[in-house]
Ligand binder design. Structure first.
Ligand SMILES: Cc1cc2nc3c(=O)[nH]c(=O)nc-3n(C[C@H](O)[C@H](O)[C@H](O)COP(=O)(O)OP(=O)(O)OC[C@H]3O[C@@H](n4cnc5c(N)ncnc54)[C@H](O)[C@@H]3O)c2cc1C
Length: 390
């Protein structure tokens, strides 16, 4: 966004904060949470151009996930066995921290269910490969089991799959209820919603965040924009790329899908909501060029693929009605790992971006390490912004 001389009212409306967070999604709210926990005296503001969770955080599938078994395999090939375990454990820690810090004994108010998750094999070839991945995951002491075609049909209501790897500890949640729950834990944070940030500058040891209506002076600024980060910070353009994801949700059906599933062949995932609706997302790879965008709109091609899958892969969904169709914007990095840390040239500005489709499974813990980093602690090397050449 650009702002004209005539519209700019920021100079006459200046406010001071210890920390300003840009973005009111899971990343921004989690950052506020950890900042308040680190120092309860801090005066914090969160600015968002829309409302709480209006980005991907309010548009996702609600898997509190470590990722699919294929994801573990990819990490193993890309980073080696020990690092793959470290990355997986980071997401396990994310889930446990969400439980202990935010949900506590009150999982029902965010519709959290500990269901496990399944990565289903779409062909004989995959099924053979999955036996090797399963053995690797067991060797990594990840709590997995192999399940067969019959179990898949009876517990997940799907047909024509060979079997699956089930990871026992993933969970599902209502993402917006989770955001509201994190917000309810904040005591010292001011929300400036409906205000788009159009510039972030650093001058004389302080940072300046400008919206049309406010100039916000802060000692530290945290940019939590994920897929939208490069629109505010164009230097991230080659490093955090927006990609769209699309979802459909059906009318309510009798319960038949035990937990969330991944069918990675179509980058597809599905779950049944506690109220019975079937949620199906993915198929980005069916129109990959068009989906490389930050434009939030559904398309006929992906929606058709999602509808056909929904009506043909499950038992008794042939004529099921689709009640919701939506899209959201994710941020992908070149190596699939988040970029976290101090901005290379704007002093006092920190950022986290590029959740690469796993922000609900990462961001609470990632915000913790970003906040610690802003107080001098080291980052896990795979996240560290220093690995990026600007
Ligand atoms: C369809 C879909 C399904 C997904 N399913 C899952 C899942 O099941 N599990 C999982 O782990 N992850 C999933 N993800 C990914 C996950 O939702 C994201 O990684 C995560 O929500 C990113 O959170 P965030 O807070 O970093 O960014 P966002 O939630 O995108 O928040 C960014 C915020 O910044 C605001 N903003 C943008 N520009 C500006 C500006 N200039 N000034 C002020 N505000 C601005 C936006 O309004 C937005 O609220 C999915 C994503 C999509 C799209």
């Amino acid at each position: 966004m650009s702002i004209s001389y005539w519209l700019d009212e920021s100079k006459t409306n200046s406010k001071n904060f210890d920390a300003v967070i840009i973005g009111a999604g899971i990343a921004g709210l989690s950052t506020a949470y950890w900042l308040e926990k680190k120092d309860p005296t801090l005066n914090i503001a969160i600015v968002d151009k829309h409302s709480l969770g209006f980005g991907a955080s309010g548009r996702n599938a609600g898997f509190i996930t470590c990722g699919s078994a294929e994801h573990f395999n990819k990490l193993n090939q890309q980073f080696g066995f020990e690092k793959a375990i470290e990355i997986w454990k980071f997401s396990e820690q994310n889930r446990e921290l969400l439980k202990s810090e935010i949900m506590q004994d009150d999982v029902s108010t965010v519709d959290y269910l500990s269901t496990g998750s399944c990565t289903v094999a779409a062909s004989e070839n995959d099924w053979t490969r999955y036996h090797t991945i399963f053995a690797d995951m067991q060797r990594a002491k990840i709590d997995v089991e192999l399940i067969d075609e019959k179990y898949l049909a009876s517990q997940y209501g799907v047909r024509n799959f060979q079997g699956a790897i089930q990871y026992k500890h993933d969970g599902v949640i209502h993402p917006v209820k989770l955001l509201k729950k994190i917000k309810s834990r904040l005591n010292k944070t001011t929300f400036l919603l409906g205000e788009e940030v159009f510039s972030v500058k650093s001058e004389n040891g302080s940072s300046l965040v400008r919206t049309q209506h406010h100039q916000l002076n802060a000692k530290k600024v945290f940019v939590c924009l994920n897929g939208f980060a490069s629109m505010l910070l164009p230097e991230l353009k080659n490093h955090v790329k927006p990609q769209r994801g699309q979802i459909v949700v059906t009318e309510a059906l009798p319960a038949f899908v035990k937990g969330p599933c991944y069918l990675t062949k179509h980058l597809c995932y599905f779950r049944q909501l506690p109220t019975g609706e079937l949620l199906v997302g993915g198929f980005r790879n069916h129109d990959i060029e068009a989906e490389n965008t930050a434009l939030d709109e559904t398309t006929d091609k992906i929606q058709k693929a999602l509808t056909e899958f929904t009506q043909s892969y499950f038992q008794s969904t042939t004529n099921v009605k689709i009640n919701y169709r939506w899209s959201g914007i994710m941020g992908f990095t070149n190596d699939g790992q988040m970029i976290i840390g101090a901005h290379p040239s704007k002093q006092g500005v920190y950022l986290m971006a590029g959740c690469s489709g796993h922000g609900m499974g990462l961001s609470f813990n990632s915000a913790r390490v970003m906040v610690e980093n802003s107080y001098g602690a080291q980052l896990p090397s795979h996240f560290d912004i220093k690995r990026i050449q600007f």
